[in-house]
Ligand binder design. Structure first.
Ligand code: HEM
Length: 321
């Protein structure tokens, strides 16, 4: 069975000052959200001063695409648990626990149709769940022997590495050089001094195999900065793509398009002020009330549990020990 970590992945990441500043700066620049909403863009074209929204769309010489490096760092299969526990959104009581393979592909819908299980129950259950940590030795068991609708059975852990290789994603050291990042000189350097892990890597790749370590493997083996949910190597690619996605989208980055003219007055207010918490609360008032318990916490962070849910001790909840 895959090791389940008790990482508060989303809040940890969202709470990190570097990322918070980074994300806010992406959108609103140094001037910030409040002032920009009051006065409009202070700088017409500077992303740094007034953020990417309405700064002028730009493709930087390459048609918009998601790079293979982005696909590679997004291979976050360790997030997925082997089992998932479902709870009532009204009482908080545990309803049932099902193995994830019994809720995927052609089996995705049946669990949602079984009484007394409702869609708000599903949202609440996923809301309070802590995902698996994106790290070494933490791959869910079922994904290592996964029958897919195309009739094949995959060891997805192997496939993740194989696909990167066949698509030409550089190995870990080369990957980091391309990102202008430092490169480890030894396996111990790579693992931040974890001798046991360095030994496993040496055994897999050979004494002289440091340069052969795959991007994903290295990125799962490097020490994670406190408060971060994944490696700095992956983070570098994420932060680049986050800006790229906004900047290349003319309906977000475009001078004229990011406006009431495109969205209408109401629509422009809506896209700037309505978030996931509002959407959930609007469609499911019972969830809106639940989310109030979270205070100002980001709705993508694990929600505060009801007392009844807290009583459940299944390992698949990733409940902090
Ligand atoms: C029940 C959960 C999941 C299942 C059953 C699943 C299954 C798969 C399968 C079968 C593939 C294709 C493998 C191949 O190339 O042959 C794949 C690819 C991939 N998965 Fe998952 N996955 C799951 C969850 C996730 C999650 C949570 C993430 C990320 C947050 C993720 C990210 C990816 C990425 C980035 C690829 C590569 C896509 C590409 O090649 O363009 N998957 N997954």
């Amino acid at each position: 069975m895959a090791k389940i970590y008790t990482v508060e992945w989303t809040p940890a990441i969202l709470a990190h000052p570097a990322l918070q500043i980074g994300m806010a700066a992406n959108w609103w620049g140094i001037v910030g959200e409040k002032l920009t909403k009051m006065l409009g863009r202070i700088s017409k074209s500077s992303d740094i001063i007034s953020g990417i929204l309405g700064s002028g769309a730009e493709h930087d010489g390459a048609p918009y695409s998601l790079t293979e490096e982005f696909v590679s760092v997004y291979r976050m299969h360790s997030l997925v648990p082997d089992n998932i526990a479902f709870f009532s959104a009204s009482s908080g009581k545990h309803i049932k626990t099902i193995p994830v393979p019994d809720s995927t592909f052609d089996k995705a819908q049946p669990p949602l149709h079984e009484n007394p299980f409702t869609l708000p129950d599903a949202f609440y259950s996923f809301g309070i769940k802590h995902p698996g940590a994106i790290t070494h030795n933490n791959y869910p068991s079922f994904l290592r022997n996964l029958p897919t609708p195309d009739g094949q059975t995959r060891d997805l852990g192997t496939v993740d590495i194989l696909r990167d290789r066949e698509r030409g994603v550089p190995r870990y050291c080369a990957f980091r050089r391309h990102l202008r990042m430092s490169v480890p000189k030894t396996f111990e350097d790579l693992t931040g001094g974890d001798a046991a892990l360095a030994g496993e890597l040496r055994e897999a790749y050979g004494e002289d195999g440091l340069e052969r370590v795959d991007a994903l493997v290295g990125s799962h083996a490097e020490p994670v900065i406190p408060g971060f949910g994944f490696s700095k190597t992956a983070f570098r690619v994420f932060i680049l793509m986050a800006s790229r996605r906004l900047k290349a989208d003319r309906f977000i980055g475009g001078h004229g398009e990011w406006s009431e003219g495109t969205y209408t007055k109401v629509g422009f207010w809506w896209v700037q002020n309505s978030g996931m918490k509002d959407v959930l609360g609007r469609h499911f008032p019972e969830l809106g009330a639940l989310l109030e318990r979270n205070g100002g916490r980001n709705v993508f962070a694990p929600w505060v549990k009801m007392e009844e849910s807290d009583k459940y001790r299944g390992v698949e909840t990733n409940a902090p020990a």
